[in-house]
Each structure stands twice: as structure tokens, then as C-alpha cells.
Write a protein that binds this ligand. Structure first.
Ligand SMILES: O=C(O)C(=O)[C@H](O)CO
Ligand SMILES: [Mg+2]
Length: 258
């Protein structure tokens, strides 16, 4: 049975961010993820987790100036020191919350640019070293170019090759089923081939990124395949509810019963 984590950036938007933890717990989740906790004190996030009996599955490193268009820093050759500062910040939140994995967004850069690739490799080596010393895994996630034009890591084969080539023991793939379907399709084969390097999975319907089961994929078959492959990690529910979050959770009950 997949262990679902509510994505509090996208779900439970009916509530202010800090109240989404309680809402997720009331809805039956025992784990959460989100993009960025940095508007809040680490102790406040840790308290919200503890008060509601929740595990922190994943969160992202600071992405740079998100409102200004940044989508991560790792592949940005001119932002090396800022990236390294973002590592220190993220690790402080991981320590406070007990999170065991972080996602480093690559940023917007041309994947054929050798300087960007060198910066990315250097950034991942640095992050994996610092995170590994604290028992954490580092995720990299291919993101589809329709949602994020110009994103450096936009291909699952590129991510898998990089993980193999870098050989960093705690560098893993974040397999977002939504992005996989848009970039390549062939979701089940991708899961079967890449399972040895997958550290986190996320799910949403394609193409509208609403509740699983409402799009073009057989999401129940995909989730059953994760069980068949003995995937023991989290499945982040990184979708935008079509309406009220709780009213839209029927897909999960049906899956659990099925
Ligand atoms: O967009 C996604 O799919 C993510 O998981 C990132 O963390 C943020 O864009
Ligand atoms: Mg994702």
C-alpha cells in the first residue's frame, strides 16, 4: 500500500499554510511534503508536525527569487555561493523537522551549456556531501517544459545518466508521474527501469494536475505497480484539487479499498 504524503503547497489551500498540517492529519494523512517552508520559523514547522503526528517526507531547498523567476540555483554557475547558503538553510529545516530527503531544483539554464552542467554537478556533489553527513537523501526531479519552460533538468534519461555518472550514494530520482507522462509517457516502464534510483514519487492526473484518477492515466494501475516493485517510499500527492481538498479525497479511499 503506497504511503501517501499530502503536498501542503497544493492541497488544503482552504487554510493558511500553518493550519494545513492539522487539516491533512484530520483527513487521514500521516505524512506531508511542500515546496518551501522558509516563510516560517523551523520550530513552528516542527511544532505543527509534532502536534499533528505527521512525518515530514520532503521539502525543497530555497529556490532563489521565486517571484522574480528563479526556479532553483543548482545549475546556475554565477550563483554558487547562494546555492551553498541555501544548502545550509535547508539543512537547518531538515534538522528541526526530521525530514530525511530534500529536493534541489536545478534552475533555468540550457542543458547543453557546459558551464551550467559543471555547476550542477559541483552543486549536487556539495549538497550530497553535506546532506549525507546528516543521513539525508538528495532528490533531483525532471520537470516538464510546458509547466516550466527553460528548466535545466527536463528529461528523465538525463537525470538517470547523471545519477549513474556522479555515483553519489545519496543522490536519488524524484519520479513525478505527472512530469514523466508529459515528457516521455511510458510510465510503467520508467518505474521498472528507474526503481533502483528512485527516492521519492509524486502523483497527479494528467493533463490538469488534479486528483489522480481524473486524467488520461490509469493511476490505480500505476500505484499497484509501485507495490509490485516493492517501492517503500512516499507518494507525494502533488496535485491541485479540482474543488474542495477533502471532498476530492475519494480517489484515495477507493484505492485503499481496492
Ligand atoms: O513541480 C514539481 O513537480 C515539484 O515537485 C517541484 O518541487 C517544484 O516545482
Ligand atoms: Mg513534483
Amino acid at each position: 500500500m503506497p504511503r501517501f504524503a499530502a503536498n501542503l503547497t497544493m492541497m488544503f489551500g482552504e487554510h493558511p499554510f500553518v493550519d494545513r498540517f492539522a487539516a491533512a492529519a484530520r483527513a487521514g494523512f500521516d505524512a506531508v511534503e511542500y515546496l518551501f517552508p522558509y516563510d516560517f520559523d523551523p520550530a513552528a514547522i516542527a511544532g505543527a508536525l509534532q502536534d499533528n503526528g505527521l512525518t515530514q517526507a520532503l521539502f525543497n531547498l530555497p529556490p532563489g527569487d521565486w517571484a522574480g523567476g528563479d526556479r532553483g540555483l543548482a545549475a546556475l554557475a554565477d550563483r554558487r555561493e547562494e546555492f551553498r547558503a541555501s544548502v545550509r538553510t535547508a539543512l537547518a529545516y531538515a534538522r528541526a523537522t526530521g525530514a530525511k530527503r530534500v529536493h534541489a531544483m536545478s534552475g533555468l539554464a540550457d542543458r547543453t551549456d557546459g558551464r551550467a552542467m559543471a555547476a550542477y554537478r559541483d552543486a549536487l556533489a556539495h549538497l550530497c556531501d553535506r546532506a549525507g553527513a546528516e543521513g539525508l537523501e538528495v532528490m533531483i526531479e525532471p520537470i516538464n517544459p510546458r509547466d516550466m519552460p527553460g528548466y535545466f533538468l527536463n528529461d528523465f534519461n538525463m537525470a538517470a545518466d547523471l545519477i549513474a555518472d556522479l555515483g553519489l550514494p545519496n543522490l536519488r530520482l524524484q519520479f513525478d508521474i505527472y512530469h514523466r507522462q508529459i515528457i516521455h509517457g511510458d510510465v510503467l516502464t520508467g518505474l521498472r527501469q528507474l526503481m533502483p534510483v528512485i527516492g521519492h514519487v509524486q502523483i497527479a492526473a494528467v493533463p490538469l494536475r488534479h486528483e489522480p484518477g481524473t486524467g488520461e492515466l490509469a493511476d490505480a494501475v500505476i500505484l499497484a505497480e509501485l507495490d509490485r516493485l516493492d517501492y517503500a517510499g512516499f507518494v507525494g500527492c502533488e496535485y491541485r484539487p479540482a474543488g474542495d481538498t477533502v471532498a476530492g479525497l475519494g480517489w484515495m479511499a477507493a484505492f485503499r479499498q481496492g
